[in-house]
Design a protein around this ligand. Structure first.
Ligand code: ACO
Length: 402
């Protein structure tokens, strides 16, 4: 058996892998992706079955504790989560410090980090019980925090959580109820919201999850680690892609303009890419995109917009790209973000909220991965090496002589 660590120490040898395309930074038992087959499982259960038969909170339990809950365990988990949905009243003042037109992701990133200031009692990561309380607090409060960011950005009063509603319905209530009128929850819309949460719950070592693990490897408190994940998710190559995909579909506008955009995506002198297409790991259809496509159809039917031009452009674009050798050869298929934006738009969310909703859905995945890492006896601080390409050692030159 070769001791890789002492081999590095003796030879100074290390791997050079920008973008970590082939380097595993941890072992994990939470989520598995077979990118060639287009398969995604959580704790062994296929995402298609979880999407059809389960719900977001049950998937949260599965990701956190490794098994599906029985009835009592589920009832206890629901009760623990709903007991923590309120945020500290002083947090309301904290929101007021933001510009009224601040991007919801800027607010969410700041507020999640600030939770460490409001909930000192659960920042001691050496205590498993405190780690558990911090985890439940974040899963319970993220919908409240994201809904408050939305309310703040549209200049409406905050709406308190209703614990008699399920997780997705409560989020819709906090976003869309106003003092004069309670939001009427359509079960199809609530189910679509729950599906969006479920399909985004975890996705193994993506950029934001790796960020959470790296932050956590220094024993930083859990709120700081999740805030780091939110910050990373914001980028358009990651969580920001759903916003970018919808903007692109709208820009294309009509089916007859698709060839023009396909040609641009193929032109290497044009930086334009088809947003919502391609994935670092999936070299086959993203299984989440299939569920999203059907959900988009159902939601638009409920909203009475079956002939929605954006959905028509999306379906036709998928078809044309699916027959084009450029996309076939590079194995570029629609990813989860391709259809989720259409659904969120139909529900009534502005595009600036899309990534914040992704962040609230992914919080459980980040937490499950963080907990797994903290409990790992092999845990080490993350410290990538580098390939130094700068000047060799040289003598300092006095300023008068430069
Ligand atoms: N449109 C056109 N061409 C593309 C696209 C696209 N969306 N994606 C990849 N390509 C091409 C590249 O130009 C490259 O072509 P080449 O071999 O001729 O140079 C080839 O496909 C491989 O692309 P890479 O950039 O090497 O693939 P990588 O794995 O690094 O990137 C990524 C994956 C970032 C997702 C990329 O496909 C992309 O930019 N997609 C659009 C943004 C997007 O939808 N992001 C969401 C990701 S999913 C998520 O975060 C939930």
């Amino acid at each position: 058996v070769i001791d890789i660590r002492s081999l590095y120490a003796k030879t100074g040898m290390f791997t050079y892998d920008p973008g970590f395309t082939s380097t595993a930074a941890c072992d994990s038992s939470i989520t598995y992706i077979d990118g060639d087959k287009g398969e995604l499982t959580h704790r062994g259960y296929p995402i298609e079955q979880l999407a059809e038969k389960s719900n977001y909170l049950e998937v949260c339990y599965l990701l956190l504790y490794g098994e599906l809950p029985n009835k009592e365990q589920m009832a206890d988990f629901e009760q623990r989560v709903t007991r923590h949905t309120m945020v500290h009243e002083q947090m309301h003042y904290f929101y007021r410090g933001f510009r009224r037109d601040a991007h919801p992701m800027a607010i969410v990133c700041g507020v999640v980090g600030a939770m460490a200031a409001f909930y000192h009692d659960s920042t001691d990561i050496s205590d498993a019980q405190q780690r558990e309380i911090a985890s439940i607090r974040m899963i319970a409060k993220l919908p409240t925090i994201v809904a408050m960011a939305y309310k703040y950005s549209v200049g409406q009063p905050f709406v308190y959580p209703r614990n008699d509603l399920d997780y997705a319905s409560n989020f819709l209530h906090m976003c869309f109820s106003v003092p004069a009128e309670e939001y009427k929850i359509d079960p199809v819309i609530a189910r679509a919201m729950d599906l969006i949460f479920t399909l985004h719950a975890d996705h193994e070592q993506n950029a934001s999850t790796s960020t959470v693990r790296l932050a956590g490897s220094s024993d930083a408190n859990p709120f700081a680690c999740i805030a780091a994940g939110v910050a990373c998710l914001w980028g358009p190559a990651h969580g920001g892609a759903n916003e970018a995909a919808l903007n692109m579909l709208r820009e294309i506008g009509t089916v007859d303009r698709i060839p023009e955009y396909i040609a641009r995506a193929k032109d290497k002198s044009d930086p334009f890419r088809l947003m919502g297409f391609g994935h670092r790991v999936y070299k086959n259809y993203d299984p989440r995109a299939k569920v999203m496509q059907e959900t988009a159809r159902q939601v638009l039917e409920i909203m009475g917009v079956e002939n929605n031009p954006t959905l028509q452009v999306a379906k036709e674009l998928e078809k044309i790209a699916g027959e084009d050798p450029y996309f076939i050869e590079r194995k570029l298929y629609p990813n989860v973000d391709f259809y989720s934006g259409i659904i969120l738009d139909a529900i009534g969310f502005p595009t600036s909220m899309f990534t914040a909703i992704f962040a609230l859905s992914r919080t459980v995945g980040w937490i499950a991965q963080w907990k797994e890492m903290i409990a790992d006896p092999q845990k080490k601080i993350g410290r990538p090496r580098q390939l130094y390409m700068g000047e060799p050692m040289r003598d300092y030159v006095e300023i008068a002589s430069r």
